[in-house]
Design a protein around this ligand. Structure first.
Ligand SMILES: [Zn+2]
Length: 173
């Protein structure tokens, strides 16, 4: 029963599928009827390294003939391994439900830059997931998905001068 229940809730014992390529610790958890939020700090699963370079990935959208932001990857500073973190074509509310196909395709990455155009320095990463309302739980179960994977917003934070700074934000619904 416990396993079955964990797949149907958004409690603190279940985690978004996209975190699988990383070691992670939940550092924030908020569960409320109107809004839910959770956040994790990440480490490299290959070497345990705690610092990453953030890479924003892009894809050429054939339907509108334009470059579009596709997601975010992380490159471990200690061992150099790059792994995808968020992929808008398959992660989050729209991705999970099959609405992200316009973003599918060969992606390419560029270092994530601040508004002034300079790349963020490598450092610790926090991944945040926000859920609006509670209708997504029913939707997920109807569609055979895990509610925890149907987040509406994905946000990547980096630690700058001791404070978490939002570096990447993506609306999935
Ligand atoms: Zn590593």
């Amino acid at each position: 029963m416990t396993t079955e229940a964990s797949e149907t809730t958004v409690g603190p014992d279940v985690h978004p599928r996209l975190l699988t390529p990383f070691a992670f610790d939940m550092v924030e958890f908020e569960e409320a009827p109107e809004f839910a939020y959770r956040a994790y700090t990440l480490a490299c699963q290959a070497c345990g390294g705690p610092a990453f370079e953030m890479i924003r990935t892009y894809v050429h959208r054939a339907d509108i003939n334009e470059e579009a932001i596709a997601g975010m990857s992380l490159r471990c500073i200690a061992c150099g391994e790059t792994r995808p973190l968020f992929d808008g074509s398959k992660d989050g509310y729209e991705g999970e439900l099959g609405y992200g196909t316009a973003l599918a395709g060969k992606t390419y990455g560029k270092p994530l830059t601040a508004v002034d155009g300079t790349p963020y320095p490598p450092g610790p990463i926090k991944a945040g997931f926000a859920y609006n309302g509670d209708e997504y739980v029913g939707t997920a179960l109807e569609e055979g998905r895990r509610p925890v994977d149907l987040f509406d917003w994905f946000t990547g934070f980096t630690l700058l001068d001791g404070e978490w700074v939002e570096a990447f934000s993506y609306e999935c619904a």
